[in-house]
Design a protein around this ligand. Structure first.
Ligand SMILES: Cc1ncc(COP(=O)(O)O)c(C=O)c1O
Length: 392
C-alpha cells in the first residue's frame, strides 16, 4: 500500500461518520411539539415547509413528498409516458434516477458524462435523441450545475420535457437561475446526508400549475386536492379519488425538521464552501484528481467533494484507499459506480459499462470525502492528514 501505516497517535479516537447531518435544538423542539400535539402526519408543518421552500426557490408552490425518488417518479408519471417512450439521463447517478423512469413505464437511455464536470454531456444527449425521446433528466452531480443552456436548446428543438434531478442541488444556480426551475419539474432530496435533511423526504416544483395540482393528487393516493385536511376542525370533508395515486406524502414530523434546516441552508452552504476550498488547497500537490473549478456564472451546491484515485498515478487502488481511510477512522463514500455496472441493468436493458467510458472511469476511481457542516475544523484537518498519509 502507498503511504505510511498510521501510528496510534495519528489516528483519531472516534469514527468520523460520512455525511452526518447537523441537527440543532430548534428541530428537536419542533418534532417534540408535533408529538405533544399528536399531529404526526401531513399537516400544517408540511404546508409551512412547502411555502418556505417555494419562497427559497422563488416559485409559486412546492409539493413535499417522502423522497426525491417519489418526486422523480411522480414527475415522470405526469408525463403520461407510453410504452417505448424514452427518457435520456446520466450514467453517473444514484439508481433511483433510472428506476423512476422504469417505474413510470418509460425506457431509460443513457448519455455519457463530460469527464471534467461529471455532468451529462449535451453532445451525448443530442447523439442519443430519437423519435421516441420524451424527456431529458439531467442530474446536477455533486451540486455542480449542468450546462442548462445547451440542454434547454436541445430539448426545445425536439419538444422534449426537462426534469431536473436536484437531489444534490438545493443551492445550485446557473446564470442567476435556480436549479429546478429550468424544465417542467425540479426534484429535491432531504435524505439524511443531503444539504437540507428531514430523515427521508423530498420536494417537487413544477413549471405548470396544472402539473403541480396533479402531483399533489398523485402523491396522496389520487385523492382530490387538500384531502389531508379532511379531519380538521373545519368539519369532515369528503374526497374523491380521481387517479390511482401513490402513498408519497411527507409527515409533519419530517417537516418539523426541514423548516429549521432550510432556514440555515445558506449558512451551511458557506461552511461547506470553506471546507471545499480547504481540501482543494490541501490536496493540490497530491497525485489524485480533484474537482474541476466551479464554472463562472454558476453556483455549486458543494454537496459532495469527490476525488479520483487512479492506481497508476496514486500508487493505491480506489478500493484499497477506501479501506485505508476506514482504518484511519474517516468515513468515505462512493458516488457512484456508474449505473451500467449494476447487474440488473445489464440483464434487463443490455447496458455495458464500457459504452459509457467517462462515467465508467469516474465510477472506478471516485471517492467522496466528508463535507457536512457538522465537521469541526479539527475533523477537516483529520481528513486531510489521513488522505495525505494514505496517498503518501
Ligand atoms: C442523484 C440522486 N437522485 C435521486 C436520489 C434519491 O433521493 P431520495 O433518497 O430522497 O429518494 C438520490 C439520493 O441519494 C440522489 O443522490
Amino acid at each position: 500500500m502507498a503511504g505510511r501505516a498510521p501510528s496510534r497517535a495519528d489516528v483519531r479516537q472516534d469514527f468520523l461518520v460520512f455525511g452526518q447531518p447537523l441537527i440543532e435544538q430548534d428541530e428537536i423542539d419542533d418534532v417534540t411539539d408535533s408529538m405533544r400535539k399528536s399531529w404526526l402526519g401531513t399537516g400544517p408543518k408540511v404546508a409551512q415547509f412547502e411555502r418556505d421552500f417555494a419562497a427559497y426557490k422563488g416559485v409559486p408552490q412546492a409539493m413535499a413528498l417522502n423522497s426525491c425518488t417519489a418526486a422523480l417518479h411522480l414527475s415522470l408519471v405526469a408525463l403520461d409516458l407510453k410504452p417505448g417512450d424514452e427518457v435520456i439521463t446520466t450514467p453517473m447517478t444514484f439508481c433511483a434516477t433510472v428506476n423512476s423512469i422504469l417505474h413510470a413505464g418509460g425506457t431509460p437511455v443513457l448519455a455519457d458524462v463530460d469527464a471534467r464536470t461529471m455532468n451529462i454531456d449535451p453532445a451525448e444527449i443530442r447523439r442519443k435523441m430519437g423519435p421516441r425521446t420524451r424527456a431529458v433528466l439531467p442530474v446536477h452531480f455533486a451540486g455542480r450545475a449542468c450546462d442548462m443552456d445547451a440542454i434547454g436548446t436541445i430539448a426545445a428543438e425536439r419538444g422534449t420535457a426537462i426534469i431536473e434531478d436536484c437531489a444534490h442541488a438545493i443551492e445550485t444556480e446557473y446564470k442567476g437561475r435556480k436549479a429546478g426551475t429550468f424544465g417542467s419539474f425540479g426534484c429535491f432530496s432531504f435524505y439524511s446526508t443531503k444539504n437540507v435533511v428531514t430523515g427521508e423526504g423530498g420536494m417537487v416544483i413544477a413549471n405548470d400549475p396544472r402539473d403541480a395540482d396533479r402531483i399533489r393528487v398523485l402523491g396522496l393516493h389520487g385523492m382530490s386536492k387538500d384531502a389531508w385536511k379532511r379531519f380538521s376542525d373545519q368539519g369532515f370533508k369528503h374526497y374523491d379519488v380521481v387517479e390511482a395515486g401513490f402513498k408519497y406524502n411527507m409527515m409533519d414530523l419530517q417537516a418539523a425538521i426541514g423548516i429549521h434546516q432550510l432556514a440555515r441552508v445558506e449558512r451551511w452552504w458557506k461552511r461547506r464552501e470553506e471546507v471545499w476550498n480547504r481540501y482543494q488547497a490541501a490536496f493540490a500537490d497530491l497525485p489524485i484528481g480533484l474537482p474541476a473549478p466551479v464554472e463562472p456564472g454558476t453556483r455549486h451546491a458543494y454537496h459532495l467533494y469527490t476525488i479520483l484515485v487512479d492506481e497508476k498515478r496514486a500508487g493505491i487502488s480506489r478500493d484499497r484507499f477506501l479501506d485505508a481511510m476506514t482504518a484511519e477512522k474517516i468515513g468515505v463514500g462512493v458516488h457512484y459506480r456508474s449505473v451500467p455496472e449494476h447487474p440488473y441493468y445489464q440483464r434487463v436493458l443490455g447496458w455495458r459499462p464500457e459504452d459509457y467510458p467517462a462515467a465508467f472511469r469516474i465510477g472506478q476511481q471516485t471517492v467522496s470525502l466528508p463535507i457536512s457542516p457538522k465537521l469541526s475544523d479539527s475533523d477537516v484537518e483529520d481528513v486531510i492528514s489521513a488522505v495525505r498519509r494514505v496517498i503518501g
